[in-house]
Design a protein around this ligand. Structure first.
Ligand code: BTN
Length: 269
């Protein structure tokens, strides 16, 4: 048994997260730090910057999402974690890391909710939707060179009434959909296993990640509305390209590529 001396793990954790400290050996090469509360796990990961380091928190005070949004992070309910993912030096397909993480999480969650495979979808660039509502968001930030912090928020045990009113119609959790509660440690252990597997897939066969993303995507083949700065236009989404962009056909029939940094894609309006 490895003694747990990594920086910052804390006592009095909820038992389903404390479990992660006990299973360190099983989750190698990952090194997991579990915290009661942080500003954002992505911030802690950036300071730590050790390949395969994982920061898990029971709550975040300033959880953040894409496009400068905040991420609702109440205590004791959900998964907030950042995995420090190394890619090979000069790796040309790093732009596919968000899709890779999303595909890995979909596979992990299906171990827990196999009956929901037909309604658990990816949405470009890297969200997971269950029954048409957002279940999981991913925020990838480059730490340096080919070292990335993959921030993962999964709504797990929030019930319908735990959601703030502005999210109630748009977000869901594993519990709000199934009526069951889930052990976050088991979920995280499983997510890490799939992440490791899909990191290898990305390095060896990046196109297969694109294919798997497109086959399970709500966006591919859908009418979408794209907002970039002040522009807002309708288009038909053709799918994710091998460099992680979204290829769309505009109403004027022009094909164009959308990159994720400053764009919001809304389905079917
Ligand atoms: C999004 O959908 O906009 C991305 C949300 C990402 C949320 C996770 S929670 C863990 C990690 N820490 C953060 O502050 N954000 C990510």
């Amino acid at each position: 048994m490895i003694s747990f001396t990594l920086p910052g793990s804390e006592g009095s954790l909820p038992s389903d997260l404390a479990y992660l400290v006990q299973v360190q050996e099983r989750t190698e090469p990952f090194r997991i730090v579990v915290k009661k509360q942080v500003t954002s796990t992505n911030d802690i990961a950036r300071g730590w910057a050790e390949p395969y380091g994982v920061v898990v928190a029971d709550a975040q005070s300033r959880g953040r999402g894409r496009l400068q949004r905040s991420w609702h992070s109440p205590e004791g309910k959900n998964i907030y974690m950042t995995v420090i993912v190394p890619l090979p030096a000069g790796f040309p397909s790093a732009a596919l890391l968000p899709a890779t993480v999303a595909v890995a999480i979909r596979n992990a969650l299906l171990e827990f909710i196999p009956k929901h495979a037909h309604e658990l979808f990816l949405k470009w660039p890297n969200d997971l939707y269950l029954q048409g509502r957002k279940l999981c968001g991913i925020l990838i930030e480059r730490i340096r060179d080919e070292l990335f912090g993959a921030g993962i928020g999964i709504n797990v045990n929030m019930t319908e009434k735990d959601f703030p009113s502005e999210l109630r119609d748009r977000a869901c959790s594993l519990c709000s959909v199934t009526g069951k509660t889930f052990h976050r440690g088991h979920l995280i252990e499983t997510v890490l296993g799939w992440l490791l597997k899909y990191r290898t897939t990305l390095v060896q066969n990046p196109l297969s990640v694109v294919q798997e993303f497109n086959s399970n995507s709500l966006t591919t083949g859908a009418q979408v509305v794209i907002t970039t700065g002040k522009d807002r236009f309708r288009a038909y989404a053709l799918g994710m390209t091998p460099d992680g962009a979204l290829e769309v056909r505009t109403e004027e029939g022009k094909k164009t590529r959308i990159t994720s940094s400053d764009v919001e894609v809304v389905l079917g309006q």
